[in-house]
Design a protein around this ligand. Structure first.
Ligand code: SF4
Length: 97
């Protein structure tokens, strides 16, 4: 049995990310998020802190840090997010050890 060592932050720091500068795999429908009042939920659930509430109340997404866990897609109302896996060769690469 393999024992996982280190804190969650230390383990996440081992990951490698290949950022696709031409295709952001997350798009937010600001209108639906505003109407449903789910912006802060979106900010709260993401383990990678991809989402942030801006001073004007909109939600921004720093998609390069996405862990591709799908939590945001699972909790948000239909139509509020357009989320796709990154194109081949891009996204997160999880590393152990
Ligand atoms: S898939 Fe996971 S890591 Fe990526 S933005 Fe959604 S909640 Fe955050």
């Amino acid at each position: 049995m393999t024992r996982i060592m280190g804190t969650v932050a230390e383990r996440l720091a081992r990951n490698s990310y290949q950022t696709d500068e031409e295709f952001g795999h997350i798009e937010i429908n600001q209108r639906i998020v505003r109407v449903t009042g789910t912006g802060r939920l979106l900010v709260a659930v993401c383990p990678a802190h991809v989402y942030a509430e801006e001073p004007d109340g909109t939600i921004s997404a720093e998609y390069a840090a996405c862990l591709e866990c799908g939590t945001c897609l699972a909790v948000m109302p239909a139509g509020s997010l357009s989320w796709h896996y990154p194109r081949g060769g891009f996204g997160v690469e999880f590393r152990e050890g």
